[in-house]
Design a protein around this ligand. Structure first.
Ligand SMILES: [Zn+2]
Length: 201
């Protein structure tokens, strides 16, 4: 067993940091040391921000986004076109599209994609709430902004079939999204091209 370099409190900080995506034990140690060195400017404010986030973060009951208010700031934003709905897999994809700032639309976060191999079926995703939402508040266009993976495309077709009887025009992202590509990793230009050249199902 590796020798401990610090007391249990610091050891706990290291272990928790090492659980963050992209941080292994080595980078967790570096991050911890950096935080400890910047105790006043960084560690304190970060701890406070995390405490507040832990207390106040909610999932939007309309779209599935995360925010500190429900409905979320995007759903409340009256300047957005209520006639266009961007359907995304994850909050991370929603953020990617928002960062690109391409379309002042509203969103619906599915919470994943259909994946028979992983045992993910329609009931595991926010699909029923999407259909319900579109029934109550009809939209002109639903853009299936899902990843260009096999599961992503299967999910897009499944949803397009459900939306068709409701008279919604469904489109999907076009060229620019590499096969197997994840939206979150695309640069804004590529994302813009994909959205611009979206195609009908
Ligand atoms: Zn929302």
């Amino acid at each position: 067993m590796a020798e401990r370099v610090a007391g249990p409190e610091i050891e706990r900080l290291l272990q928790l940091l090492a659980r963050l995506p992209g941080l292994g034990p080595r980078s967790a140690r570096r991050a911890a040391l950096h935080l400890i060195r910047k105790r006043e400017e960084l560690l304190g404010p970060l701890a406070e921000a995390m405490r507040i986030a832990h207390e106040r973060i909610l999932t939007c009951s309309t779209c599935g986004n995360i925010d500190t208010v429900d409905p979320c700031s995007i759903c409340r934003d009256a300047r957005r076109d209520p006639g266009i709905l961007l359907i995304v897999e994850t909050v991370s994809d929603l953020w990617a599209l928002e960062r690109a700032g391409l379309l002042a639309a509203r969103y619906h976060v599915l919470g994943g994609v259909l994946s028979p191999l992983d045992g993910v079926g329609p009931n595991d995703l926010n699909i029923a709430s999407l259909i319900e939402r579109v029934r109550e508040n009809p939209v002109r266009e639903a853009i299936l902004a899902v990843n260009a993976t096999v599961d992503g495309q299967t999910t897009a077709h499944y949803i397009a079939d459900l939306l068709a009887p409701l008279g919604v025009k469904t489109t999907r992202l076009a060229h620019g999204v590499p096969v197997g590509g994840e939206l979150d990793y695309l640069d804004e230009g590529t994302l813009a091209a994909a959205l611009e050249r979206r195609t009908a199902f």
